[in-house]
Design a binder for this molecule. Structure first.
Ligand code: NAP
Ligand code: ZN
Length: 347
């Protein structure tokens, strides 16, 4: 099926219009007309070749929201006209132990990512900066009916990436939770942790986002450029989620955990980060990581956000502004997620 999109043709080239073919829907496939797609920092890392070789042309985008336009003969979960979403993965082996445990993101054979992955038929997957996508029904999510679709699209990556560790490490009443970095992921972390009932603190580079942080549900807001912050908050938190992709000194942040506290890394720095054993030995602290979430948990997150009226704070842009938006994301100049309006995509 002829599809229009915006693709990177190399790690250095700006994204540009590109026409390509999607597969005809198979029995279990759903065809989705894409209405909106968020811009995740991972899209930028990937197309700029910071995470290892990719095949170009490459169409990024894994915060996809749209409407079902066709279904295969075997589809029972979705019907034409349904408002649906697709996140970071479009398939997995479905047979290994993580897949059976609804942790498809940890599939032992490797999850099939929404873009830049080799699909089961040997073709390369292409993402959501495009007019339509064809996805197996089991990897298609139902969007909450009460949320505006543009502002709900980034829940498919930014939302689940924060919901999953907050859920796993039991953020809730009586828990002190810190979010490092208030960007696309971080601002969702503030909203979701507050809705779960935790006491939320933002650790940001400066105080420039303080007012927003409080509006989104944070009780406290500190600048990490101020050395006093680290003295004042030593041994304070049960859970810290680090969303920053810059090389921070993790030892300094581990020191902000209570005994038995956990720091979860979701932001992915380009270089290795040294960790001093004393930072975790003292206080039996844990350093952990987390990767998006499985399909079941993603649906649970969408339902939770629907119930609590949680969406992303977005700036809606036409496709012609994608390259400009990339530069602004790199400069942390976005409040707090760019979302592409696909009706501006011209054939
Ligand atoms: P983003 O919107 O650019 O936000 C990152 C935030 O980090 C910025 O808003 C800024 O917050 C802070 N920051 C930026 N540069 C910094 C620096 N030099 N020092 C300290 N803080 C800095 O990016 P995002 O889309 O939220 O993604 C964040 C990271 O998560 C990326 O590495 C992305 O690839 C990764 N990611 C991981 C997963 C996963 O499953 N683990 C999923 C999606 C994305 P302040 O202004 O508040 O300091
Ligand atoms: Zn993402």
């Amino acid at each position: 099926m002829k599809t229009f999109g915006y693709a990177a043709h190399s790690g250095k080239a700006p994204l540009a219009p590109y026409t390509f073919e999607r597969r005809e829907p198979r029995a279990n496939d759903v065809v989705i007309e894409i209405k909106y797609c968020g811009i995740c920092h991972s899209d930028i890392h990937t197309v700029r070749d910071e995470w290892g070789a990719k095949t170009y042309p490459l169409i990024p985008g894994h915060e996809i929201a749209g409407v079902v336009t066709r279904v295969g003969a075997g589809v029972s979960k979705h019907k034409i006209g349904d408002v649906v979403g697709v996140g970071c993965l479009v398939d997995s082996c479905r047979e290994c132990s993580p897949c059976k445990d609804h942790l498809e993101q940890f599939c032992e054979k490797g999850m099939i990512g929404t873009y830049g992955s080799t699909d089961k038929d040997g073709t390369m997957t292409q993402g959501g900066y495009s007019s339509q996508i064809v996805v197996d029904q089991d990897f298609v999510l139902k969007m909450p009916k009460n949320l505006p679709l543009d502002a709900a699209a980034p829940l498919l990556c930014a939302g689940i990436t924060l919901y999953s560790p907050l859920n796993h490490w039991k953020a809730g009443p009586g828990k002190k939770v810190a979010i490092i970095g208030m960007g696309g992921l971080g601002h969702m972390g503030v909203k979701i942790a507050a809705a779960l009932g935790a006491e939320v603190t933002v650790l940001s580079q400066s105080l420039s986002k303080q007012e927003d942080g409080k509006r989104l549900g944070a009780k406290h807001f500190y600048a990490t450029s101020d050395k006093e912050t680290f003295k004042k908050l030593g041994g304070h938190f049960d859970l810290i989620i680090n969303t920053v992709s810059a090389n921070l000194d993790w030892n300094q942040y581990l020191g902000l955990l209570k005994h038995d506290g956990t720091m979860v890394v979701v932001g992915i720095p380009e270089k290795e980060v040294p960790v001093n054993a004393f930072s975790i030995v003292m206080g039996r602290r844990s350093l952990a990581g987390s990767l998006i979430g499985g399909i079941k948990e993603t649906q649970e997150m969408l339902d939770f956000c629907g119930k609590h009226n949680i969406t992303c704070d977005i700036e809606l842009i036409p496709v012609s502004k994608i390259n400009e938006a990339y530069e602004r994301v790199i400069k942390s100049d976005v409040r707090y997620r760019f979302v592409i309006d696909m009706k501006t995509l011209q054939a």
